[in-house]
Design a protein around this ligand. Sequence first.
Ligand code: XCC
Ligand code: SF4
Length: 635
Amino acid sequence: MDTSRRFKKGNESEVLIQTETNREVLKNAPVENIVTAAHRVAGRSVEPCLFGQGGTCCRNCNMGPCQIIDGVEQMIGVCGADASTVAARNFARIVAGGAASHMDHARGVVMAFLATAKGEAPYEIKDGIKLRQVAMSIGIDVAEKSKEDLAIEVGEKLMAEFGQQEGGLSFVKRAPKPRQELWKKLGIGPRGVDREITEIMHRTHMGVDQHYENLLFQAARTALADGWGASMIATELSDVMFGTPVPIRSRVDIGVLKEDEVNVTVHGHEPILAEALGMAARDPEILEECKKVGAKGINLAGVCCTGNEILMRKGFPIAGSFIQQEVVLATGAVEAMVVDVQCIMQNVSRVAEQFHTELITTSDKAKIPGATHISFDEHRALDIAKEILKRAIKKFPERGKHFVPVRSMDVVAGFSHETINYMLGGRFRASYKPLNDNIINGRIRGVAAIVGCDNYRVTEEMHVEIAKELIANDVLVLVTGCAATSIGRTGLLSPEALDQAGPGLREVLEAVGCPPVLHMGSCVDNSRILIAATEMVRTGGLGEDIYQLPAVGAAPQWMSEKAVAIGQYFVSSGVDVVFGPTFPITGSKVVSDYCFNKMKDVYGGSWHLAKKPSEFVNIMVDTINQARKDLGIDK
Ligand code: XCC
Ligand code: SF4
């Protein structure tokens, strides 16, 4: 909804704050004049630039910036670039930005994994079974190898794929055979994790690749290097190191902050720092320090995807999603916000300054003025985590007036692909067969993933409305990222919400005690959905390739470049994906037609654009119905 457009500068009464909890906190915050992104959206006197929004502003060289108007001859670029070239170039760079984030995240995970396997970091190889499965899936002989030796071999093999120049990525070989053949035929099999990004930056430089389709193929190749490469590496090795998620109860929303404990929020993405903080929070030395200041302990709560990582694996609560990061601090009850990388708004620093809260940056890649920087190194993870917590403990006596809302909601998270396999497949024979059977017999119509960010420019609770409609229509809903948190706030991640599901879905899930919406983790964990989809294909009865599955994805409030990279790897894997309310190629008719229609012929799945929840639901349900019809299972 474009409500943001109506706001005049400084008209505070028209600031639309999203979520009940955010409104409650900001109304009762102990400090007046807390400014959040919602206020800045309202206060902007200029509307978003239409060229930027539609993807037709080019500033790739200094003859520009050139604003292109599709179809107007005098409004092509100085170099002659037309709307399709500029939109495709910009789109490719968005994918590159998003994919690079996941690649660097994955690199960090592999480095910590190797340090762990060598006994140089305070973590352990928790899931030996998954380690063996991962090793075998990438062609490593597991016989007679110690857990540590095997882990070193796996870590080194995957690490080498970052800088690899030729050949394919190991995990790509997990995809259904016809899919791999299609990628080969199209020439878009990723050659190395990092190489594809460099090539996008090169090809989008002034005067290089000027064919939109060729550019979009490279964007697809880079996205695949993310989904079937970086993100999958991050998820799989994090599971091996920190434990594969199993169903776990916890709570989400700002009310998880505690009156009598030192509140430490951990915000960003990489699980490595958060896991160390989790370990340190239980350390006797730290608990002793807490006692000295009159606190009962450390309350570690997540924000954004770090939250999803430690919720899934350890059951730590989530204090807030992306649109709650400033508001969490506005309670005045947070001693420290510890951040690593991605999705951290610079303004958290200003809000922290209004309280006793210390903002601590930990990645040398991500510093913020006003924050304390403590460089994190996995080799000394526990010592650093303790140092951070001690600083937070020192702040506890300084906590002044504060307001913690009572709001928080029960959730059950931890639906890794292994868990789904096990829960829906039965205790004795884990398999996707029962899920496939229930899709074939129509109790479950299909599967829909709602992923990605929440966003200050979208004021409707899109995720929630879409999820409710889908489960009522017997569609199994999978969620990740901030979409998962925002849906969690409304109770849909709890088995009690099953009464909102349609009769078929309800019958299947009630029998196994699952909630109607399954939390599959953080944004890199979208790779779990790729594996689950592949398993459904392999199990049989639903076609030979992913594009045939009655499955669909959506990111209705996307904000970050990562969401676009994720969307593109789903599309290139054969899944129809719905984004909105805007999409950064609409300034070019040719590229729009290519992404929204022709990609369907190329990949079996394409992009779709929707604005309202009902439009999302219609496209998603139609996609599922069409797939059922094509499979001949629609009775
Ligand atoms: Fe960031 Fe991942 Fe988006 Fe949330 S969903 S706003 S990317 S934290 Ni990933
Ligand atoms: Fe303009 Fe072409 Fe330079 Fe882009 S590359 S800024 S379209 S002249």
